[in-house]
Design a protein around this ligand. Structure first.
Ligand code: GAL
Length: 676
């Protein structure tokens, strides 16, 4: 429908309460709601934040604005507005979740005009009526009511203005950014051999060993290794190291790669012990591109693309299938219909995945690793069969098929943790949390134990959005990484809202235990409906730089068969990736704020330190940065621009100045080391 037409429909005539003048009703949902900012998801017109009909305390509303705390919507009233009214409350889609509480606040010209007080899930809507006489600008705010933003789904139902003159209009929080064309900073890898990737690799005693030496340079390359421990063998053509090591301990190996133009070598530490994922996992996951449409063919094509694109030569390893490899509880799609388990209780993949072991073998033969997804409840988040009461059997099945990674969600388990009936039909997939921390931890203890009992190393990735401060206990249940947030989408709001809020979890990151701010949103993404990432190029540099500083698992979320040169250049900068893969395993934190600029600092194993200067504002930021001494640096310093892989002039910590021009929403990423 044409927007002018839609707008005209939004007006209807009513009689003013203020006397003789004729008032018009302007519905909030007819204004541009995209101007809103909110803590999670996107603003919805006439729907909740998750896209359901607006429902508060059992009552359904046809119109309104569905949002999420912390939310802000600014409205310019343009003179003549007389009244604002709405029915507000937490949307019923959160299913009585105890964590969801919000407060609605209406401000006019900076003054609080109305506030709801804390409102909880299930409570009836409160009527809000605000006299707007003389008010010029209005802010509709939703706060988290002091207990965090989890499950704070907030509805401004039936929200409308009565106006005698003028036309209310929402005001975007930020003016739109100027267009930025893709620009590539990563220099091409040299034709001579270079060995990339992590310096360390962890394996458990007796587990199958698979490591592919990531190396760039003209092919053919001949690989060799000095001091490779007994039990391992190296294929000199593919660079794949396989075998098993039974004795716990450390092995210091030298990896070598030689081609007709030269030779490279690199020290490499193999640690045989309890801990795996000594550096954050790097790979691909099917969700952000294919979501519920994934198939074995798509997964194999992704694995092929990981090799053909050359990304395997930069350390990218895992090919992970997310939700929808199982049969679905109620989908009409014939490819998702079939038995959930066989007579022995073994999970049965859907018809799009005819040969799970064959698929894992295919991935391994390429030198890559394979990942899978499940949930502790009876159903996954998408409504497919999950692991409830089959945890041990599932762990055994994954190992038998040859999977190396399990992402384990929370969906539908919430109902069980909250005391509901797991066998009830249509058990809610979303919304419920455990009664206490022990209840939130329990399902991960169960699966963590069974995964550990398998005779292969399976990276355990927890996906429960940070509940019960997962970073404090994820390691104790054998977790290797854990999501700290809800799902990311490819917008600046989502990226910045998640990426710049990781400080509280940061001190808990260490080799084998990583905070996961969710998967990458560069390239062609779209959850079953592909489009180029809506992040502009500067925002994409911010994304990759920040995730590497945060020591985040790096899981590419795009269709890798559709790479463009810009996206590839973001994913193959070895000096940037080296921050993520640094063996010290320290996660960066924000150490300075200066207006819109945030400075993140990450200590590195070689004694150096990475500094990310991020500009969260809508215009380029220029700074003469002179706070190196404040950050604890001393003496003469070497400054390296990691994206450009080139050195700047040395500076002195005491009085040196780093001139910075940081694009809007962009980054400058430096590594600082002592100058020789
Ligand atoms: C969500 C999870 C997503 C994806 C999805 C599958 O809970 O956060 O990353 O796995 O479930 O249904």
């Amino acid at each position: 429908m044409n927007s002018r037409f839609a707008y005209a429909l939004g007006f209807s005539l009513a009689w003013s309460t203020a006397g003789m003048a004729t008032a018009e009703t302007v519905w909030l949902d007819d204004l541009n709601l995209a101007a809103a900012t909110q803590g999670w998801g996107d603003p919805h017109k006439n729907q909740s934040v998750e896209g359901h009909p607006l429902t508060i305390g059992g009552k359904r509303f046809e119109r309104g604005f569905g949002t999420h705390a912390a939310g802000l919507l600014r409205v310019n009233l343009d003179g003549g507005a007389q009244k604002f009214s709405a029915s507000v409350g937490v949307d019923d889609e959160v299913n009585g979740n105890a964590a969801s509480s919000v407060e609605f606040i209406v401000r006019g010209d900076g003054r609080v005009l109305w506030q709801s007080g804390a409102m909880r899930a299930g409570a009836p809507a409160k009527d809000c009526e605000v006299d707007l006489a003389g008010v010029k600008s209005l802010v509709l705010e939703v706060s988290d009511a002091g207990d965090g933003e989890n499950f704070d789904h907030a509805d401004w139902a039936d929200a409308k203005f009565e106006t005698a003159a003028g036309r209310p209009a929402t005001v975007p929080a930020e003016p739109p950014l100027a267009f930025v064309a893709p620009y590539m900073l990563t220099p091409a890898a040299p034709a001579t051999p270079r060995i990339n990737g992590a310096n360390v690799f962890g394996v458990r005693p007796g587990s199958p060993f698979l490591f592919t030496i990531p190396a760039t340079g003209d092919r053919p390359i001949k690989f060799s290794a000095i001091h490779l421990p007994h039990g391992l063998k190296l294929d000199s053509v593919t660079g794949q190291i396989t075998g098993t090591l039974n004795k716990p301990g450390q092995y210091l190996v030298t990896l070598r790669a030689k081609n007709s133009l030269g030779e490279a070598e690199k020290p490499f530490r193999i640690v045989v012990g309890n801990q795996i994922a000594l550096t954050p996992p790097m790979g691909w996951n099917s969700w952000n591109c294919f979501a519920g449409a994934v198939s074995e063919e798509m997964v194999k094509s992704a694995a092929d693309a990981m090799v053909k694109s050359g990304l395997i030569n930069h350390g990218w390893t895992y090919i992970n299938v997310d939700d929808y490899w199982q049969n679905h509880r109620d989908s009409q799609d014939p490819t998702l219909r079939g038995p959930f388990r066989n007579r022995d209780g073994v999970i049965v993949p859907n018809s799009r995945f005819p040969d799970m072991k064959g698929m894992a073998d295919y991935i391994h033969n390429l030198g890559l690793k394979a990942g899978l997804y499940s949930s502790p409840g009876p159903w996954t988040c998408g409504g497919c069969a999950a692991s409830w009461q089959h945890e041990e059997q599932d762990a055994q099945t994954y190992a038998k098929w040859g999977f190396d990674y399990l992402k384990y969600d929370w969906c539908s388990y919430g109902e069980i943790a909250a005391g509901g009936d797991p066998n009830a039909k249509n058990i809610p997939l979303w919304g419920k949390t455990a009664k206490d921390d022990a209840g939130a931890i329990f399902p991960y203890q169960v699966m963590g134990k069974f995964l550990r009992e398998q005779n292969r190393d399976i990276v355990f990735s927890l996906c429960q959005y940070g509940m019960a401060d997962v970073w404090k206990w994820g390691g104790s249940v054998n977790g290797n990484c854990w999501r700290t947030t809800g799902d990311i989408v490819d917008t600046w709001k989502s990226l910045s809202g998640i990426g710049f809020k990781q400080d509280q979890a940061a001190p808990f990151a260490q080799p084998g235990n990583w905070n996961d701010p969710d998967m990458l949103i560069v390239g062609q993404v779209g959850w079953g409906n592909l489009h180029p990432s809506r992040l502009n190029p500067d925002e994409q540099y911010t994304h990759i730089s920040l995730w590497c500083l945060l020591s985040a698992p790096l899981l590419i979320g795009c269709d890798m068969t559709k790479f463009d040169d810009f996206t590839l250049s973001l994913l193959e900068n070895d000096e940037v990736l080296a921050l993520d893969q640094d063996e010290l395993g320290k996660e960066a934190m924000c150490v300075l704020k200066d207006g819109d600029v945030r400075v993140y600092e990450k200590d590195l194993a070689d004694g150096g330190c990475a500094l990310g200067f991020f500009n969260l504002g809508p215009a380029a930021a220029n700074r003469q940065f002179n706070q190196l001494a404040t950050l604890g640096f001393k003496g003469k310093l070497r400054v390296r621009d990691l994206w450009r892989q080139s050195n700047l002039p040395d500076v002195d910590a005491a009085n040196g100045i780093l001139p910075l021009t940081i694009p809007a929403h962009g980054v400058v990423l430096y590594k600082i080391t002592a100058a020789k």
